[in-house]
Write a protein of this length. Structure first.
Length: 106
């Protein structure tokens, strides 16, 4: 049985994004996911939405994190009984992001 909705090797179609950047995004999303104690299905759906979007749309590197957090918002609206509110998830994501930047010294 073939799964047409599953994205295949798409990363070579992205001029500004590589596998390492995607991995960093997923690690960051796992941190956000754990802060909100969301269901595992929300995380799986988040990553699926990201992969499907990146397979059809070219995304600049500066917008990759926005694609990730937007996918998490959509996935949580679908999977969670009480999804986090938009302003709260963006606030927590910004806090996590600033903490990571301080730790890496960038």
């Amino acid at each position: 049985m073939k799964h047409e909705s599953r994205p295949h090797d798409y990363i070579h179609l992205q001029p500004e994004i590589n596998e390492k950047m995607r991995a960093i995004l997923v690690d960051w999303l796992i941190d956000v996911h754990s802060k909100f104690e969301l269901s595992p299905e929300t995380l799986y759906l988040t990553i699926n939405i990201i992969d499907r979007f990146l397979a059809v749309k070219t995304v600049p590197r500066r917008e990759l994190q926005l694609v990730g957090i937007s996918a998490m918002l959509m996935a949580s609206k679908y999977e969670e009984i009480w999804p986090p509110e938009v302003y709260i998830i963006f606030f927590v994501a910004a806090l996590i992001n600033s903490t990571i930047i301080k730790k890496t010294g960038e």
